[in-house]
Design a protein around this ligand. Sequence first.
Ligand code: GDP
Ligand code: MG
Length: 448
Amino acid sequence: LGSSLANALTKINRASKIDEKTLQILISDIEQALLSADVSTKLVERLKANIREKLRLSELPAGVDVKRVIEKVEITNLLDSKRKAYIPKRGKTNVIMFVGLQGSGKTTTCTKLGYYYRVRGWKVGLVCCDTFRAGAFDQLEQNATKARINFYGDRNEVDPVKIALEGVKRFKEKKFEIIIVDTSGRHKQEESLFEEMEMISHAVVCLVYPLHQKKKKPNDTILVVDSTNGQQLEAQAEAFRKRVDVASVIITKLDGHAKGGGALSAVAVTQAPIIFIGVGEHINELQKFDTQRFVNRILGRGDIATIVEELKEHKLDDQKELMEKIQKGIFTLRMMRDQFQNILKIGSFSSIMQMIPGLNNLPKESEDASQQRLQNFLVLMDSMTAEELDGDIALIETSPSRQRRICRGAGVHVNFIFELIMVYKPFAGFAKNMKNMPFAKNGEMPKN
Ligand code: GDP
Ligand code: MG
């Protein structure tokens, strides 16, 4: 990735140069976005220095994507940890230990991960070593039962190390492939917590590798961090890194308002890859980590820009014409229809629906429901006249008779036209904003 900044920049149209002042604005723009996303100040300074170093003004070509390229390459680089995520081996014992502060979402995420593997055909066992929190065992028992995952715990045992030993031993004897060890947390990074964590870790290792004592850690040690902890995450991650070998990171509660910048710092500290993100309290609300989406989220980029980008990345059509129009401030219903048709080709509707303003607040729905919704929009637009597709939305918005005609033609309830208008408007607004953006002067796009 390192050289891709240079590559990308050379691809950008060379029509005119960016001056010092523009660059300054650009960098402080990025700085603002990062800080408000809870990226630590230390890290922001480092990023800024990197950007400065990479962009020698004399060589800097102008283009609408310069900003995006900088953000993308630099921040993506940061998330690109040196370390590869652990991949469990089929037919073997894979012990995965969870660590993290109390309330970060360990227990919840243990079950989610267990479920993730179980539905993919692995033999999964959960071990509850949290003897600190009252009711911890009941919580795990409930979660595990719901997820139909085997679990081990002991209400009467006070020593978490003993539970870890016994649980892992039992599951190993029965040839379980994924053994997840849930540990306790404390409110703070207390010494007692870390000692306990180390002891569990060592205990587990003795069981798993009786003949290979050189190994000092479970197969995977996952640090769970709560994205809402923001700026504190850097110190938190550092404290854990010092005591256990944090091999991967899971960020939880990204369904809330936190943008997750603090987690970025956590990754920079541990150099461990983010493997999953938690996006809700339910068992299936665990998503594979996607660097690009995360970067977009951190930078608070308009979700529509993400969609356009995603479409571009899939190279479905020649999007040049589309981009040119958008940069002139034009975005018609017809253009939206074409894009929706593309989305249908890409698949993964629900994730794209999540990005569309107005739709992303609706309760989460299944792929089928999202696809259905998109198809409803498409039939609606198919039953419009050319005038309606290419003209101002007011034409439809102010005419109940047109609304009725369109919906009748599409065979859908009249409510759908309002939903369509609600979805369309932010797109049109986005295009209008693009027109006013400083880098879009000549309407030129990078040539790929
Ligand atoms: P632990 O102390 O680290 O084991 O944390 P828990 O697993 O008990 O979780 C603490 C709280 O956070 C619980 O109420 C969970 O339901 C909630 N939680 C965990 N992960 C997520 C998530 O991804 N999204 C949301 N909204 N809540 C979560
Ligand atoms: Mg817990």
